[in-house]
Write a protein that binds this ligand. Structure first.
Ligand code: HEM
Length: 142
C-alpha cells in the first residue's frame, strides 16, 4: 500500500526513539516515588518531634526548641494529608482522614500561638488535645 510505504521511514525512527526513551521515563517515575517519603516515615518522624515536645512544652526557657518541634509537626501533618492509608479505603473515609489531619494541624497552630504568647497553661492543654487527636486518628486509620 502506498500510504504505509510513505509512513515507514518516519515510523521506524519513532519506534526506535520510543523504545530507547521508555526506560528513562519509567526510571523518572520510580525516582519521583523514591524521593517522596512514605506515610510510615512521616509518622515516625512525627513521633520523634512529639516525644521531644512533650518534655519541654511547659519549659519557658526552651520555647525556641518547642516552636521548632511544633513547626516540624505542622509540616509533617500537611505532608501526610495526600498519602491516604489503606484503611481510608472509601471516598468518605479518605475525607475523614484528611479532615483529622487538618484538625490536628489547626491545633498545632494553636499550640504555636500559645508558645509565642508565653501561655504555658494553654500550651499544655493544647498539647493534650493533640495527643487525643493522634490517638483518634490512629484508632481509625492505623
Ligand atoms: C501529632 C500527631 C501524630 C503523631 C506524633 C503520630 C505519630 C505516629 C507514629 C509514631 C506512628 C508509627 C510509625 C511507625 O510505624 O514507625 C504513626 C503511624 C500512623 N499514623 Fe500517626 N501520628 C500523629 C497523627 C496522626 C493522625 C491525625 C492520623 C490520621 C488522621 C495518623 C495516622 C497514622 C497512620 C495511618 C499510621 C500508619 C502508617 C503506616 O505504617 O503506613 N497519625 N503515627
Amino acid at each position: 500500500m502506498p500510504t504505509s510505504r510513505r509512513l515507514r521511514p518516519v515510523a521506524l525512527p519513532l519506534l526506535l526513539a520510543l523504545a530507547l526513551l521508555t526506560p528513562f521515563a519509567l526510571n523518572a517515575e520510580e525516582d519521583a516515588q523514591k524521593d517522596q517519603p512514605d506515610l510510615q516515615q512521616i509518622m515516625e518522624d512525627a513521633g520523634k518531634h512529639f516525644s521531644a515536645l512533650r518534655k519541654i512544652v511547659a519549659k519557658t526557657d526552651q520555647t525556641d526548641q518547642a516552636l521548632e518541634h511544633t513547626h516540624q509537626l505542622q509540616t509533617l501533618m500537611l505532608a501526610a494529608k495526600p498519602l491516604t492509608p489503606e484503611k481510608a479505603n472509601s471516598p468518605a473515609k479518605a475525607l475523614a482522614y484528611r479532615r483529622q489531619l487538618a484538625v490536628t494541624t489547626r491545633e498545632l497552630c494553636n499550640l504555636e500561638i500559645a508558645l509565642l504568647d508565653g501561655d504555658t497553661e494553654k500550651a499544655k492543654e493544647t498539647f493534650r488535645k493533640i495527643g487525643a487527636l493522634q490517638r483518634a486518628g490512629h484508632n481509625q486509620f492505623k
